[in-house]
Design a protein around this ligand. Structure first.
Ligand code: ZN
Length: 309
């Protein structure tokens, strides 16, 4: 059973679907996907006598907020987790509708597909309350700036600066570990070189074993192992330079370029895959970097019970 303070449009408080309202939402979604505006849908709903769940008239703003809400697709506010109520719209329809709304009005993307328009939306959390942050435009659409904000009003941080800080952190961490952001093939295949070194090590060991078993003379063993050691050192040095070349190819600039080449969904997947806990603290006069804390989610999870929503 959902924990709603009041009935949302399209659902009953027990989570079941309100058939008449759900039909209206489905028709509205289809119209919006085909190109209708929120104002047109509002007029149609007014004509049909459809009011909000609190019996108010719909406006394009309230209608847009309602339609963009992941709740409509049966999803939690993160836009991904399935909630414990019946969806009013199939998830695919809801995504298509949100995409149509966002395409017409990019700054208004508060719903999950809109959230995806920014790197940390729904990923970073508010340090005081733990709610995930969403984008809010401050200063109007024309000259405004996007901020990651907590819905409870605790934190608000410039989104572009925050994204740049995360990008720098990801690049630095991967440079240190000489790891690629994604599973791209290494530039040099070092496996045959590693195998060559291993084979020569084995031959040296065999030669020594043969001497110990009286199969060869000491002078022969010394001569053979000296030759093998020379070959082995050469193979090792080839391997070393290959590894250095590979590491150099994973330089900070290369990783930054790789990050920049990823699309937003891929960048978000990298962040999610790293299992990081990104929290944003309050702070007047603090820098963006000082306010963002990035830790290993597993390292701080101990003793915390995830509440069942
Ligand atoms: Zn908060």
């Amino acid at each position: 059973m959902p924990n709603w303070p009041r009935r949302p449009f399209g659902n009953e408080r027990d989570g079941s679907v309100n058939p008449a309202e759900a039909t209206a939402v489905r028709e509205a979604a289809e119209r919006i996907i085909r190109g209708s505006s929120l104002a047109e849908v509002c007029r149609a709903w007014d004509a049909a006598g459809l009011l909000t769940a609190t019996l108010a008239h719909w406006t394009p703003a309230t209608l847009g907020d309602m339609l963009r809400s992941p709740r409509v697709a049966g999803l939690m506010p993160d836009g991904a987790t399935v909630g414990q109520w019946s969806p009013v719209l199939p998830v695919g329809t809801w995504h298509a509708m949100c995409a149509a709304l966002t395409a017409r009005n990019p700054a208004k993307g508060h719903g999950a597909p809109g959230r995806l328009a920014w790197l940390l939306s729904g990923i970073a959390t508010c340090q005081p309350c733990g709610a995930s942050v969403a984008i809010r435009w401050v200063g109007g659409l024309a000259a405004g700036r996007p901020y990651y904000t907590c819905r409870n009003g605790h934190v608000s941080i410039p989104a572009r600066e925050a994204d740049a800080h995360i990008r720098a952190g990801i690049v630095e961490a991967h440079t240190r570990r000489r790891a690629l952001l994604t599973d791209a093939a290494p530039t040099v295949d070092t496996a045959p070189m590693i195998e060559a070194v291993r084979r020569l090590d084995a031959k040296i060991a065999e030669t020594r074993a043969a001497y110990l078993a009286d199969a060869i003379e000491l002078a022969d063993m010394t001569a053979v192992t000296a030759k093998l050691r020379g070959d082995r050192d050469a193979a090792q040095s080839t391997l070393d330079s290959a590894e250095i070349a590979t590491a150099r190819s994973r330089s900070a600039e290369a990783l930054a370029a790789e990050w920049d080449s990823l699309d937003l969904a891929q960048r978000r997947a990298v962040l999610t895959g790293l299992n990081l806990r990104i929290t944003i603290a309050r702070g007047f006069g603090w820098t963006v970097a000082e306010r963002i804390s990035v830790t290993d989610a597993d390292a701080t999870d101990a003793g915390e019970d995830a509440p069942d929503a």
